[in-house]
Design a protein around this ligand. Structure first.
Ligand code: HXC
Length: 261
């Protein structure tokens, strides 16, 4: 099993999956998403001998800085924004419904699709350098990989609304206070060690009980209509002049001037 954008290491039943596009701050492009899909949906789907996955990002600056803006501008211009969101939902559900726990180790930026990816994991361990946020409004779009649904689930409607409407990021301490992350550790090694410790503890429990716990916890939150509404709204925002301006501003490294069209 070989991957272009993922590194996979396995020790004592714990698999560390590292997203490896550090020059683009591990932004999620279509190829990386395909590989994540293959990992959770095919390659490791039937691996009942493992008891957990640690998902992290390479390079020390970011977990994931979002969907790859330069690439998805093209997807949106072809009118496929809504389909792109649906596809992301499908892949992130594979993670959320995986038969063993997936722990995100977040060091640096977890923004947009990166925050959404961390939220699709079962547990989140942050370093003190971690930053979480849904900055899509800065581009004239909305979260499209489940952020409007899962941020509510973790931190409640009021604070989720504030973060999504302002686009303001929060640091690890605040993310911990709000319940978005389970633990904050000083650095990457310590965070990885904490994730390993949690997965080792979970690995001593009955595997069927763990799998069924995940299934039952997820059942409380399944809201297909919410996700479909998000995909539609995301698709609509990708068709606007505002998104063209927001994406151009990002690429040109300047502030966007939105006209509401
Ligand atoms: C593509 C990205 C990127 C992204 C960073 N890069 N984020 N490329 N997509 N999401 C690239 C930059 O273009 C740059 O490439 C390199 O990574 C380093 O980034 P810099 O901006 O130079 O670094 P810095 O000044 O330290 O700022 C870091 C940052 C900033 C604050 C994280 O990069 C940023 O704001 N990124 C975008 C965050 C974002 O808006 N995420 C949400 C995306 S929308 P070059 O070639 O210039 O060196 C989304 C929607 C999901 O996720 C739903 C889809 C359905």
């Amino acid at each position: 099993m070989s991957y272009q954008n993922l590194l996979v290491e396995e020790h004592d039943g714990i698999v560390t999956l590292t997203l490896n596009r550090p020059k683009a701050l591990n932004a999620l492009n279509a190829d990386t998403l395909k590989e994540i899909h293959r990992f959770f949906g095919t390659d490791y789907r039937d691996r009942t001998d493992i008891h957990g996955v640690i998902l992290t990002g390479a390079g020390g600056r970011a977990f994931v800085a979002g969907a790859d803006i330069k690439e998805f501008l093209g997807v949106a211009n072809d009118g496929n924004g809504e389909a792109m969101a649906h596809r992301g939902h499908e892949i992130f559900f594979l993670i959320e419904r995986f038969h063993v726990p997936v722990v995100a180790v977040v060091d640096g930026y977890a923004l947009g699709g990166g925050c959404e990816l961390a939220m699709a994991c079962h547990l989140r361990i942050a370093t003190e350098q971690a930053k979480f946020g849904q900055p899509e409004v800065n581009l004239g779009i909305i979260p499209g990989y489940g952020g409007t649904q899962r941020l509510n689930q973790y931190i409640g409607k009021g604070k989720a609304t504030e973060l999504i409407l302002t686009g303001n990021p929060i640091d690890a301490t605040e993310a911990h206070r709000l319940g978005l992350v389970n633990y904050v550790l000083p650095d990457r090694e310590a965070a990885h060690a904490k994730a390993t410790e949690l997965l080792q503890t979970i690995g001593t429990k009955g595997p069927i009980a763990i799998r069924e716990s995940i299934r039952a916890i997820n059942a409380y939150y399944e809201n297909k209509e919410g996700f479909a509404a998000e995909a539609r709204a995301f698709g609509n925002t990708t068709k606007t002049a505002d998104f063209q301006e927001g994406a151009a501003a990002f690429i040109e490294k300047r502030k966007a001037e939105f006209g509401g069209r």
